[in-house]
Design a protein around this ligand. Structure first.
Ligand SMILES: [Zn+2]
Length: 290
């Protein structure tokens, strides 16, 4: 694992591991790849460099509303046996779209896996990345600009465990019906922000509310987005909510949110997956860049 240490502008944090496969347990047990070093330059004259050790997840829950921030301490973690790793054979690289990004709500695979995606970033529970790691799971994040700007370091452990950070627009608007330039601005701004802060983005995009039109797919492609990702299931109140009467299926993409109930929803999801003989795989492994 190559680590990049770069002095950057105030409040900006650079990590050179976006989209890089990592052992799912690397948060809990540092392996050969070691910790990720990040460089943060303070607003003062002195630049400070910090190395965030694997296993050290931020110790406070931070909730962002329009204009206020509050914190509370949390420390709980859980442990579980590791799942079998999938895919077991290489997946064909995903092509760069021409003019219009493809839209996917599931991955075409018969492997007994589903994919976890987490949106927005408003409530940042420090237990979540560790919970994923303890279960050998990972997540693909779709974030708005505010949470990245306010708390960039919170999302770094999700990269350590093999996830990626992706655009979810700057301001979470209803995109459908907006013109190309307006949609492009919302999508591209966060792609560029993620590139700047984390040294790269995952290459995916999720439209807020799952609302899109053909302009959205064209605008996303113009921002370098390889796939626009929707979902098949959501988690709410500890229950999986499927579309129609079908139970959760191999290849399905599951939507969760960075909200106060994320930890409990993930715990409930893992229990349900265990019952059905399913596990969590890296979306990035099933949609690799060409
Ligand atoms: Zn959202």
């Amino acid at each position: 694992m190559t680590t990049m240490l770069t002095a950057v502008a105030a409040s900006t944090l650079v990590v050179a591991c976006v989209g890089t496969p990592r052992s799912p347990d690397s948060v809990a047990a540092p392996g050969a790849s070691g910790p990720v070093a990040v460089a943060v330059e303070s607003t003062g004259a002195t630049a400070t460099t910090s190395t965030l050790p694997t296993g050290a997840v931020p110790a406070t829950t931070t909730t962002t509303s329009m204009s206020s921030t509050s914190t509370s301490s949390t420390t709980t973690t859980t442990t579980a046996a590791a799942w079998q790793a999938f895919p077991t054979s290489p997946v064909k690289p995903y092509p760069i779209p021409h003019g219009s990004s493809p839209l996917l709500s599931r991955i075409d695979t018969t492997d007994p896996v589903v994919f976890i995606t987490i949106d927005d970033g408003l409530v940042r529970d420090p237990r979540v990345a560790q919970l994923l790691a303890d279960h050998g799971a990972t997540a693909t994040l779709f974030l708005n600009s505010g949470p990245i700007r306010l708390d960039p370091g919170y999302f770094v452990p999700f990269l350590w465990i093999g996830g990626s950070i992706n655009s979810h627009t700057s301001h979470h608007p209803h995109l459908r019906g907006l013109d190309f330039d307006a949609q492009r601005k919302e999508i591209c701004a966060v792609v560029q922000q993620i590139d700047k802060v984390y040294g790269g983005n995952g290459g995916y995009f999720r439209p807020p509310y799952g609302e899109w039109d053909r302009t959205t797919l064209a605008a996303a492609a113009s921002c370098g987005v390889r796939a626009v990702l929707l979902w098949k299931e959501t988690m709410a109140d500890g229950e999986i909510r499927t579309q129609g009467s079908k139970p959760i299926q191999p290849g399905d993409i599951v939507l969760l949110h960075f909200r106060t109930d994320l930890y409990d929803n993930l715990t409930a999801l893992f229990a349900q997956l265990d019952l059905q003989g399913l596990s969590v795989a890296r979306l990035e492994d099933y949609l690799p860049a060409a």
